[in-house]
Design a protein around this ligand. Structure first.
Ligand SMILES: Cc1cc2nc3c(=O)[nH]c(=O)nc-3n(C[C@H](O)[C@H](O)[C@H](O)COP(=O)(O)OP(=O)(O)OC[C@H]3O[C@@H](n4cnc5c(N)ncnc54)[C@H](O)[C@@H]3O)c2cc1C
Length: 417
């Protein structure tokens, strides 16, 4: 007899689970409360969908049990993800490990998944909000605003709270909780940081190579504990900092701020050289341009909006001659540029976050099948689990791998008793 099952959430992981479960012989109903499937997928990679990354290592994922994530990912490594999409008609292109569809369009990835789901006879029900899931004897009853659905298994693939306008509004956590699961508090991750001060209003729109390090701050304002650091293109906005290096460290700010710690971002605006090399470079610049005004001293190195603020912070007057800048002032300038400290007032909210930290606790889920240890026949896939990846295709990689594992396992599982 075909195992009948229900998947809640038709995002990346739910669609992958539907394909895997139906290909393994299950009869699948996919419930989605939005008007269409895969809305978040459409916005991934700025509409281009960075669907995986070939450089996959354990430290690309954050979760309490790192081995859990790696064991799931081993069942469908990036090469298997490429093969999966190739079967669906998608040709991919890769640069430095980052993989995109050759079409450069996320919507073609979504169409390929949707096409396969339809071909396999999966019943997709849209605008169908799931309100409750209850275990009934050997199966489940799922109550929705379109009536009741029964199945032998349920795969909860309802996402997190990140970007709720795409459908992942956190209701999946409530469903998991109602079935006895504990949820590690979800917090925004891969998100911008809001910093205080006038500085940002004056440099909004500037992009520059930088290294961003986060620290907790002690009672006397001293940098206390190092949290995380990343380098790349920093985007300065009117409220604070954004860009990939900020996204990569943002989860640490989220967690520390949630624990009522004070957090500072230390920005190195010239990570291309060591501090000593940079001081030498500044002295060389002074020798090269002795009769120029200090206002243009940093022209060859920084965006002019940044240069003005650096000189001001180092108390170098724009009208003074470059040759009159003392060694002491140059050292001060070096410190301002290489060790700029900004207090982090908060992260942007969930609607600006790409993913969440937190979710269904991994200790309550079997790592080889993604079945609940508490409720036989209940499976989890995707971001609802307490796993978050860094930027670069790692979160979709997690969605595909966990979705396919949950789908296959659920289709093969024994009838629940
Ligand atoms: C702007 C943006 C860009 C991103 N870019 C990338 C990228 O390029 N590469 C990458 O790896 N990752 C990227 N991510 C992250 C990635 O999109 C997510 O990690 C991934 O989509 C999570 O898949 P999921 O299936 O777990 O959740 P989702 O894709 O969020 O799917 C969950 C689905 O469940 C539905 N649902 C929720 N609750 C209910 C309910 N009660 N009843 C019925 N349906 C429900 C939702 O409507 C939704 O369709 C990006 C995220 C954002 C926001």
């Amino acid at each position: 007899m075909r195992r009948e099952g229900i998947i809640i959430g038709a995002g990346a992981s739910g669609l992958a689970a539907a394909v895997a479960a139906a290909e393994a012989g299950a009869s699948v109903t996919l419930l989605e409360h939005m008007a269409g499937v895969g809305k978040k997928l459409l916005s991934t990679g700025n509409g281009k969908c960075n669907l995986t990354n070939l450089h996959l290592m354990a430290d690309c994922y954050h979760c309490r049990d790192g081995e859990f994530a790696m064991e799931v990912l081993k069942t469908m490594p990036p090469e298997a993800v490429l093969a999966f999409f190739r079967r669906l008609g998608i040709v991919t292109t890769e640069k430095n490990g980052y993989v995109y569809p050759a079409s450069g369009q996320a919507k073609t990835v979504l169409r390929a998944l949707k096409g396969r789901v339809d071909e396999l006879g999966v019943r997709t029900v849209l605008e169908c909000k799931v309100h409750s899931v209850t275990k009934k004897g050997t199966g489940f009853t799922v109550n929705t605003d379109q009536g009741r659905f029964d199945g032998w298994f349920v795969i909860l693939a309802a996402g997190s709270m990140a970007a709720p306008s795409t459908g992942s509004d956190g209701s999946g956590y409530a469903l998991a909780r109602s079935l006895g699961h504990r949820i590690k508090k979800p917090l925004p991750a891969l998100v911008q940081l809001r910093c205080g001060g006038d500085f940002f209003r004056q440099v909004a729109g500037v992009r520059t190579e930088a290294c961003v390090s986060l620290y907790t701050v002690g009672k006397a304002g001293e940098l206390e504990t190092f949290l995380a650091s990343d380098r790349g293109e920093l985007q300065l906005t009117d409220y604070g900092i954004s860009g990939i290096p900020v996204f990569q460290v943002s989860r640490y700010a989220s967690i520390a701020l949630d624990r009522c710690k004070r957090v500072a971002a230390v920005v190195d605006f010239f990570p291309l050289a060591s501090v000593e090399e940079f001081e030498t470079l500044l002295k060389e610049q002074r020798t090269l341009l002795p009769k120029r005004r200090a206002a243009v001293f940093l022209d060859g190195m920084f965006h002019e909006k940044l240069a003005v603020l650096f000189l001001k912070a180092a108390q170098i007057k724009p009208d003074q001659l470059v040759e009159s800048i003392t060694d002491r002032r140059l050292s001060g300038l070096c410190q301002v540029i290489r060790h700029a400290v900004f207090m982090v007032e908060g992260t942007n909210p969930f609607d600006k976050a790409q993913v969440c930290t937190g979710g269904v606790r991994l200790g309550e889920v079997k790592r080889d099948t993604l079945e609940s240890k508490l409720v036989p026949g209940l499976y989890f896939a995707g971001e609802i689990l307490d796993v978050d990846g860094i930027c670069g295709g790692y979160n979709l990689q997690w969605a595909w791998a966990s979705g396919c594992l949950a789908g296959k396992s659920a289709a093969k599982g024994e009838a629940n008793t």
